[in-house]
Design a protein around this ligand. Structure first.
Ligand SMILES: *Cc1c(COP(=O)(O)O)cnc(C)c1O
Length: 426
């Protein structure tokens, strides 16, 4: 055994070790309200940090291009079986490295370069990979978009249908990153069938709520369902594709060798662990609490005088129109950051301000719910958000809120032994 193989990270690379320690402390001390983030369990971290990172396993279980894949097969089969148990669906591919890779593969499975796609406009809650001109999806395919209605801020399915009939897309894409309401999966499928399009639903944000039984599932309606595994689903940073048996071979080929080489077997193992967690009863409690927390937070913010896009939320996130109070989303993000509350600036539908200085912020409850926070904490946080925005130019006042935030965070410990090096012991 060489020295290189036996040194701890702190010994081998103190700079990276210190950055990890500081990040652990940062995650513990603040209030993580970015809607797409969460905290994985120690078990998921352990699998993600395992020796499977050393293994090449191109191909699929039982049909690999490399030897020595017997244990890689075990974890990939576990991940596949558990994902099917959670979501249903005839076929699952657990190899996409990320949500974007999952979408790239799903499109490649059913589209030719140049085909028309129809997705939700990014500034109305969609995602870059649903046809934005800077994304592969807007370069390889011909993007068209549907939007939300100006009055209700809900998806305009009538407009969607009109556009679909006019543009004749090969794929209609549902799902998004900043849409706080339920989707009408059946209506979308009906429109897709009418124009002969494939219906792809990207449930990246809501997958954990679907798994926890507190949100309707797109899987029975969509030809292909894609997702990330690290948002509400609370697994490692990665992706997943579900589809019917007719598309199974095309999807598998599109992932490997179409888009990717060897799977990240350590991450596939971590996905298997996270999916087992999602099958336990406690996960349903977490999912229900995530939605309950979002509803309480949204109404508390409304009581504090904020306009919530579409008047509330059905899921784990909400969009707050801070510009109605004369504050830019970018200013709000900065001030809340100084107060220890992490959110992101976000465009709101029909925004009159530019994307880097938009009118809104996006706020989500999954990460705080994982830490065990409930309705009383949400009401307290709404007060802090409101106060922090009032004193947004007063650093000392924001620092005082940060102290109170840290006190609350300390009551909901996170990664206790991992932050021991900086916290001066447990
Ligand atoms: C987050 C997200 C993605 C992309 O996931 P990455 O893992 O960051 O590539 C794709 N689609 C939607 C709807 C998302 O919210």
């Amino acid at each position: 055994m060489t020295d290189r193989m036996s040194l701890s990270l702190a010994q081998a690379d103190p700079d990276v070790a210190a950055a990890i320690d500081h990040e652990t402390l940062r995650q513990h001390e603040g209030l993580e309200m970015i809607a797409s983030e969460n905290f994985v369990s120690e078990a998921v971290l352990e699998a993600a940090g395992s020796v499977f990172t050393n293994k090449y396993a191109e191909g699929y279980p039982g049909r690999r291009y490399y030897g020595g894949c017997e244990y890689a097969d075990v974890v990939e089969n576990l991940a596949r079986d558990r994902a099917k148990q959670i979501f249903g669906g005839d076929h699952v591919n657990v190899q996409p490295h990320s949500g974007s890779q999952a979408n790239a593969s799903a499109y490649a499975a059913v589209l030719q370069v140049g085909d028309t796609i129809l997705g939700l406009d990014l500034s109305h809650g969609g995602h870059l990979t649903h046809g934005h001109r800077l994304s592969f999806s807007g370069k390889l395919y011909r993007p068209t978009f549907y939007q939300v209605r100006r009055d209700t801020e809900l998806i305009d399915y009538d407009e969607l249908e009109t556009i679909a009939e006019r543009e004749r897309p090969k794929a209609i894409i549902g799902g998004g990153s900043a849409y706080p309401r339920l989707w009408d999966f059946a209506r979308m499928r009906q429109i897709a069938d009418k124009v002969g399009a494939v219906y792809i639903f990207d449930m990246a944000h809501i997958a954990g709520l679907v798994a926890g039984g507190v949100h309707p599932s797109p899987v029975p309606h969509a030809h292909i369902t894609t997702t990330t595994t690290h948002k509400t689903l609370r697994g490692p940073r990665s992706g997943l594709i579900l589809c019917g048996q007719q598309l199974a071979a095309a999807v598998d080929k599109a992932v490997f060798p179409g888009q990717q080489g060897g799977p990240l077997v350590h991450i596939v193992a971590a996905k298997a662990v996270a999916f087992a967690e999602a099958l336990r009863p406690e996960f349903r409690t977490y999912a229900a609490q995530t939605v309950a927390n979002a509803k309480v937070l949204a109404s508390a913010l409304q009581e504090a005088g904020f306009r919530i896009i579409s008047g509330g939320t059905d899921n784990h996130l909400m969009l707050v129109d801070v510009f109605e109070k004369g504050i830019l989303g970018s200013e709000a993000e900065l001030a809340l950051g100084k107060a220890g509350i992490t959110v992101n600036k976000n465009s709101i539908p029909y925004d009159t301000n530019p994307p880097l200085k938009p009118s809104g912020i996006r706020v989500g409850t999954p990460a705080l719910t994982t830490r065990g926070m409930k309705e009383p904490e949400m009401r307290q946080i709404a007060v802090w958000i409101s106060n922090a925005l009032d004193v947004r130019n007063d650093d000392a006042a924001l620092e005082r809120i940060r102290g109170e935030v840290a006190e609350l965070a300390n009551q909901f410990p996170l990664y206790v032994w991992r932050r021991a090096p900086l916290a001066g012991g447990v």
